[in-house]
Design a protein around this ligand. Structure first.
Ligand SMILES: [Zn+2]
Ligand SMILES: [Zn+2]
Ligand SMILES: [Zn+2]
Length: 407
């Protein structure tokens, strides 16, 4: 208990009179976090009404500092809107306690992270009432008659009164095809960038020209410079184009850019995954991707994220390229949503260069999750698409530019 000497009065007060220890049996969300270094673990239960935190309880196994952090977290978060509460950080909790001893800082300071986890677990399952009104393909490698195609991807989604653009293709084709589909891009509320590759972000400027007030959600690594190498061809830069990086930087001071290194709730029932944990040993990024033209620094494409949408039929997963691996993405989506079954998987699977074994395992995972609609496209690879089509004849949906995907 020698550490007690180093605690502020506030820490000691919150430790000795800690608030809200316990459990909520009919909780709306549950969060679990642990510190691998010292074994402190925390479980947080929340009760939500009208999008506000009406009750928070926790159980913590750790030192006085861990307990005090939880107690302070409750003081800071109770009654708040869940989006506001989700912004609370562990640093803010420590600051509100007047600081923590250096050696306690990382292990004990889990309260805001635990609350965040609980809010994210609530974010999806609470909104099964909204249907996807429309899911249209604006850009894809193929197009139906009357539409143009390019190597790239962009989906238009209408859900819960919001207009969401997932990726932007590689050029202003997104705007041309949108017009033909009678999609009004000026109504865009949110632009989700699955990752920074040019074929997903190159249309960003064209979209922002029409929808300057749209919010943009991307992982902080998405704008980085990156290359693909296919010797003997010279290395090719495949980053977000300069004009789009500029449009993105211009949107930052307007408060329109949200970086999503971790899961982020965009609207009720809509979430981006942020970085996806790489768990399977048979999945990789799917190509020769590097941070440098010489090919010495592998690009893990940490910015790869998927979009999750909760619907009355079940969970819908939208993929950009799935550089994290389709199976890793399915596992993470299941964890985040708290669901064992996945209704639909739509988008690029980047299995062009994948081994037969990996493709088999991907198909197995789609079966295991009971997927009822599957629309592999973009960089999935023709052979893999064919395999998915024959394995899932009833569930398979075509996904060319100009089509509406029926869900
Ligand atoms: Zn990519
Ligand atoms: Zn791809
Ligand atoms: Zn791509």
């Amino acid at each position: 208990m020698g550490f007690l000497m180093q605690y502020t009065d506030k820490v000691l007060k919150h430790f000795t009179n800690s608030r809200n220890i316990g459990e909520i049996l009919d909780a709306d969300g549950v969060g679990n976090v642990g510190s691998p270094d010292c074994g402190d673990t925390l479980r947080v239960w929340i009760k939500v009404a009208d999008e506000h935190l009406v009750d928070i309880k926790y159980k913590v196994f750790g030192c006085p500092a861990a307990v005090a952090c939880c107690s302070m977290m409750i003081e800071l978060a109770m009654g708040k809107h869940i989006d506001e509460a989700a912004e609370l950080t562990d640093d803010q909790v420590a600051a509100a306690l007047g600081g923590l001893p250096e050696q306690k800082y990382h292990c004990s300071n889990l309260a805001a992270s635990g609350l965040y986890d609980a809010i994210m677990s609530y974010a999806l399952k609470s909104h099964r009432q909204d249907k996807i009104v429309s899911l249209s393909v604006l850009v894809e490698n193929t197009a139906i008659e009357g539409f143009s195609s390019e190597h790239g991807l962009s989906f238009w989604i209408e859900y819960g009164g919001k207009h969401i653009l997932f990726d932007t293709g590689q050029s202003d084709l997104v705007a041309q095809n949108a017009k033909k589909l009678k999609v009004d891009l000026s109504q865009t509320d949110a632009i989700i960038l699955s990752h920074g590759h040019y074929d997903h972000t190159g249309g960003l400027k064209a979209v922002l020209d029409e929808a300057p007030d749209a919010m943009i959600y991307l992982h902080p690594d998405a704008p980085k410079v990156r290359y693909s190498r296919k010797p003997p061809k010279p290395p090719r830069q495949i980053s977000m184009p300069q004009a789009c990086c500029q449009a993105l930087s211009d949107a930052v001071p307007k408060g329109k850019v949200v970086y999503t290194p971790q899961p982020h709730r965009i609207y009720p029932g809509v979430m981006v995954t942020g970085a996806i944990p790489r768990i399977t040993e048979y999945e990789d990024t799917g190509g020769a991707f590097y941070d440098d033209p010489e090919g010495t620094l592998a690009d893990e494409i940490a910015d790869d994220q998927a979009l999750l949408i909760e619907t009355p039929q079940g969970l819908v997963i939208i993929l950009g390229c799935a550089h994290s691996g389709v199976v890793n993405t399915l596992h993470y989506a299941a964890k985040l949503s708290g669901q064992k079954r996945i209704y639909a998987v739509i988008g690029g699977m980047h299995l062009l260069n994948a081994s037969a074994g990996r493709i088999e395992k991907t198909i197995e995972a789609l079966k295991d999750y009971g997927v009822q609609k599957v629309a592999p496209c973009h960089c999935t690879g023709a052979e893999t698409v064919e395999k998915i089509k024959t394995t899932f004849p009833e569930q398979y949906l075509a996904c060319s530019a100009g089509t509406h995907i029926p869900l």
